[in-house]
Design a protein around this ligand. Structure first.
Ligand code: G
Ligand code: G
Ligand code: MN
Ligand code: NA
Length: 251
């Protein structure tokens, strides 16, 4: 298939793009890091969604290799940023469950020189459903490198609450669906978000709200003492070449 050939080529030759979306910490008006988001263009220049091509790469058995290529490209980019800016990278289930993750992460850090404490890996909660013991060991090994771990899309899986406290996450990212409702559902959604923030803090985890699209959401999340905000209102996924606008403007 054409798409498979494209993915294989991108994996072998690193011929894909990364966009980076800013993460805003606290009430400050400048970003404290960026999340890498992979972008793949087909022959006609159309973007293929990661939601489509990541599962294909997994089926093809090349997701571990592609994941390392993404990490390598992202870390290389981050080395050109001001050093207070952190880098978040998404992991697919296949990468997390493979035996090679730790070695690949270590190799990328060594090759690029990115300090481990500037890197955060995002995993989704569905990853933690099976193999709890092995997953826990894997998470602890990642943390032992000095890399932090965020639980992505929190609240969308089956067993978020039951599993959360058992794992050493540094951060939970509240899925953007919690902010996505209409005006009428806002009040209740806010109660839920407030509760998740309190839960995260009680477990000594930082909390990020995803999908922030309005000024009033920013005000509300600040009031709830949400640690980090991410969303189109604050900054869209941005090509690497345009990222410096985020720090050139700073005083
Ligand atoms: O960027 P976009 O909104 O199209 O992303 C859609 C989905 O693809 C999100 O769930 C996001 O986490 C995932 N995604 C984007 N880039 C990567 C990547 O580099 N690796 C993995 N595993 N998932 C990614
Ligand atoms: O699953 P994950 O959280 O990694 O998905 C990240 C994706 O969410 C990004 O690729 C981005 O396109 C999308 N995203 C980021 N901010 C917003 C937002 O404010 N609104 C919407 N609808 N999508 C967003
Ligand atoms: Mn993510
Ligand atoms: Na998410």
């Amino acid at each position: 298939r054409v798409l498979e050939a494209l993915i294989r080529h991108a994996t072998q030759h690193h011929s894909f793009d990364l966009y980076f979306q800013p993460l805003y910490c606290g009430r400050r008006h400048e970003p404290c890091g960026f999340e890498a988001l992979m972008r793949l263009q087909d022959q006609s220049g159309q973007f293929v969604s990661p939601e489509k091509f990541i599962p294909i790469a997994e089926e093809m058995g090349i997701m571990e290799e592609l994941g390392e290529a993404i990490l390598q490209k992202a870390a290389t980019a981050a080395m050109k940023w001001p050093s207070h800016l952190r880098l978040a990278v998404n992991l697919s289930a296949v990468q997390f469950e493979s035996g090679s993750l730790i070695e690949r992460v270590k190799a990328v850090l060594a090759r690029t020189g990115l300090p481990a404490d500037r890197l955060e890996l995002e995993i989704t909660e569905s990853l933690l459903m099976q193999n709890t013991k092995r997953n826990l060991r894997q998470l602890n090994e990642i943390k032992a490198l000095g890399v932090s771990i965020a639980m992505d899309d929190f609240g969308t899986g089956y067993s978020s609450l039951g599993y959360l406290w058992q794992f050493p996450f540094d951060k939970i990212k509240i899925d953007r669906s919690f902010l996505g409702g209409d005006e009428n559902s806002n009040e209740k959604a806010m109660q839920v978000i407030s509760t998740i923030i309190a839960l995260g803090h009680s477990l000594e985890m930082h909390v990020t709200a995803e999908g922030v699209e309005t000024e009033s959401q920013v005000a509300m999340l600040n009031k709830l003492e949400c640690d980090q905000l991410q969303g189109f209102y604050l900054g869209r996924p941005t090509p690497e070449a345009e990222l410096s606008k985020y720090w050139d403007d700073e005083e």
